[in-house]
Design a protein around this ligand. Sequence first.
Ligand code: GLN
Length: 492
Amino acid sequence: MTDLHRLSIRELSEGLKTAQFSSRELTEHYLKRIAQIDPKVKSYVTVTAEQALAEANAADAALKAGNAHALAGIPLAHKDIFCTQGIKTTAGSKMLDNFISPYDATVVAKAKAAGLVTLGKVNMDEFAMGSTSENSYVGATSNPWALDHVPGGSSGGSAAAVAADLAPIATGTDTGGSIRQPASFCGLTGLKPTYGRVSRFGMIAYASSLDQGGPMARSAEDCAYLMNVIAGHDAKDSTSIKKDVDDYVANLNGTAVKGLRIGIPKQYFNVAGLDADVKARVEESLKKLEEMGAILVEIDLNMTEAYVPTYYLIAPAEASSNLSRFDGVRYGYRCENPVDLMDLYKRSRSEGFGAEVQRRILIGTYALSAGYYDAYYVKAQKVRRLIQQDFLKAFENVDVIAAPSAPTTAYKIGANLSPTEMYLGDIYTLAVNLAGLPAINAPVGFDKDSLPVGLQLIGNYWSESQLLSIVHQYQQNTDWHIKRAAIAEENA
Ligand code: GLN
C-alpha cells in the first residue's frame, strides 16, 4: 500500500486489528518517507529506526495474540523535550547535545505501554523558548506548506512532521502556545490540556507552572486517541491532578455545537498586528459554527494588554531557576580546559546556551533579584491572578472562548523579528497557560499565500472532551483538516 500515511488513527487502528497491514509495514512506510522527504523538511533531530522496527514487531505479536491496545503498532514522533531512555534528548540545545536520559518521561512510557511505535525525536526551539523553531541548535525546520517559512514553535518539529505525513501523530508541549501556534502555522489540530492533566515527569522544564504536554495531529479525533494514552494522574509529578480521565474518543459526539455559547472577546479582534486574512478566516469559521447551532456572544477580556508582559516575566523567572541545573558539572556540555570552578560555570553556560535562552535567563534573574522581586515578579503573579479571574468571569456567561491562535500566518525563515515583535506574536496563547486552562487549535482555511490559519477555542478547566467534540463536529462539516501540503502528497 502506498498511501498508508493518508489514514487517520481510527483507520490505522482498524487496519492493524484486521491485519490489512502490519505495524512492521506501516513503520517501514513511515521510515522510508522520513528518509526521502525529511531532508527537505528537517523535522527530525533523531530517527530511531532500529527501535521503531523492534517495537513494530512486538506490536504485531500483540495484535496477533489479540491483546493489543487500540493504538498498538501506530507510529508517533516525540518532541525532543521528552526524555527517552537510551536515546538522545537535546531539547534543541547544544547544552544537551550528548544527553542520554537514564529514564523515560511518563508520556513516553505511556506511549510505549500502549504499543505505540517511536519513529524518533523532533526539532524544537531551544528549551522550548521561541515561536519559530529557529532557536534550535541543529537549525531551522521548514513549514511543509512553504519550505521557506517556519513551522512555528516551539513544537515546530512535531507540527512539520505531521503536516508532511512523516508521522501520523506527535507529542508537543505548550508553555505559552507551543502546541497551538505551530498547529496553526501547519494546518493541524493541537490540544493544550488543563494544567496538571498530562504528567510533566521527564519533560525538560522551561517554566514549570505553565508547561503542559499534549497531542498534535490532523484531526480532533486523532488528538483524542493520543490523549487517551497520555492523560492521567502521575505520582511522579507533584502538580499532576488526581482526577479521573475521560475516554476522549468515546466522548466525541456530534452534538457539541448545538446551543454552545461561544464568547468573542472584543479586545482580541482589535489587536494591532492582527492580519486581515487571519481575522477573516477565523470569523468565517465562527459563522460556520453559528450555522451549526452555536450562539456567538460578545464578551470583554479586559486584561488582554497584560498578557505579554506578565508571561514574559513569569516564564523567564521560572526558566532562570530551572536552567540553573545546567552548570557543566551534572549535565551535558562542559567547556574545554576550565581554569577554575567559576570559569567552568561561566564558559559552559555561555557556550552551551543560545542567545534567546541567555536573554531569558538574564531577564528572569533580574526579575527575581532582591531589589526587583516585588516590583516585577510579585506584581506579575498578582496580575496573573487577575487574568485568571477575567476568564472565570467570562465562563459564567459562555461555554468556550474563541480567538485566533496567532495574529499572523507562518513567518519566513530568517525574518529575524526583534524579541519584542516575536513576543507580541504570542498575544493569543499566553493567557491560557497563565490561567492553566485547556485550549485547542483547529485549521480553518488559508491566507492569500496559501498558508494555514487556525482558530483557537479556550475552554474552562477539564473541558478537553468538550473542546475535542466541538472541533470534531466542525471537522465533520468542513474539510480544512483533510487538506495536504504538496510535500505530503509526495510518495516515497
Ligand atoms: N513562544 C513562547 C515562548 O517563547 C511560548 C513557548 C512555549 O509554549 N514553549 O516562550
